[in-house]
Write a protein that binds this ligand. Sequence first.
Ligand code: 4AD
Ligand code: MG
Length: 463
Amino acid sequence: MLCRRVCIKLKKYFISGQNHSKYSVISSVLEKAKIGEVAEIKGWVKSLRIQKDHIFADVNDGSCAQKLQILIPKHLKTDALTYGSSVHIAGKLSKSPRGQLELLAENVTVLGKCVVLDGYPFNPRTAHPPEYVRQYLHLRSRTNYFSAILRVRNALTRHIHEYFASKNYLHINTPILTSNDCEGAGEVFKVQPENDETIKVMMQEGCNRDTVYFGTKTYLTVSGQLHLESICRGMGNVYTLGPTFRAENSRSRLHLSEFYMLEAEIAFCESILKLQDVIEDLLKYLFVETWNTNESDMFLIDKNNRAPKWTNKDFITLTYDEARNILDKKGLISTEEGINKEQELALVDYCKVPVFVTQWPKDLKSFYMKESPLDSTKVDALDLLAPITGEIVGGSLREDNYDKLKRKLPSEQLNWYLELRKFGNIPTGGFGLGLERIMQVLCNISNIKDTLPFPRWPHNCDM
Ligand code: 4AD
Ligand code: MG
């Protein structure tokens, strides 16, 4: 208990607004604060235990996985102080009988009430299944599970930028609106104005119904690759991390209509092995760093998850034909070409580490991929397969032969892309990595919809 004089002093201190407490974020309280120092925090009540003389409240403010225990003298309790309410608490740090840092509250203000009976969908000390929580996207960040996921995603993004900055790659913002369907799979969302008057005026100005506004058919990007290639052929190594959109009619646990893709384009890259080295090094770095910085979050998401053993092993490379032979021996091959999800996961299971599949049949891959010098029916492409998701990365060397590219160019709209090979051309290679799929592998999350704040998939774009 604090003596009365100290209490009055503290009260004056907080009320006069002179509180220059160094600690207003729970993560820094837990990391740096010392017993006896003052702290003032704002956050949400995660649980309450009411005892005879005082109340214990566990408060979290989103800054870390841990909660700060608050000891509240009973006379400061108000009815509004409930599970889920938002609070502003000032006090002095002390040690609980169990040796835990706790905040002895001097001032408690409830900023926002939360009444479970009014329809708040979560209950204290209850592990709500992800499918249940997903029904309340707007309140999802209130759950321990989902807020841990968002902190991991934040750290992962930071580590991506750290990695590329340390290797001198330039970060490029590629456009979201584009006139190309990079992958050529017809999975683009079309973009047009909603306003009828704008459409009418644009059509009078010479657009037709399909090209209204920009004068060309315009889509949400499926990949920033072609734009990256343009900058790479003038400035060297580049990368981008941004939203990409795919109008696939897939409701699977691995597909989103809007997802974030990390794409890199490597200048003067003549060998698929170089590309593989970059991908392998990057992924190992991201996994090790994120486990280092966010271990508590990782355990909060899945207490059985462990840092993968493959971060200090070599990834395995199989050509497409070798992979198909392995599947054949396992009785998993069908007459259909390609490697389906079940087969991808079987290959990873067989190899026990992530697997690069290279040397793909030309017909299965996109127009921009470089014809293999070893076999003209193949392209120098790769897919990286990982546990949980199967394909996690797709990449290739780019066709840099002007005539070969011209023959495969899907549309005149892409003449600018061809022209990159005409002036000061260089060999390049690159890859794209779905951020949400890394999150799935990293955190052991089965459904991709739980890896980002506001998932979009067919029939679902509620908020
Ligand atoms: O294999 P993809 O289609 O490759 C490209 O888009 C290349 N242009 C990238 C490049 O070379 N710069 O997609 C790359 C990755 C996939 O391996 C997967 O991780 C992710 O993007 N991805 C998706 N993630 C979530 N939902 C979807 N619908 C996805 N489609 C692809
Ligand atoms: Mg792919």
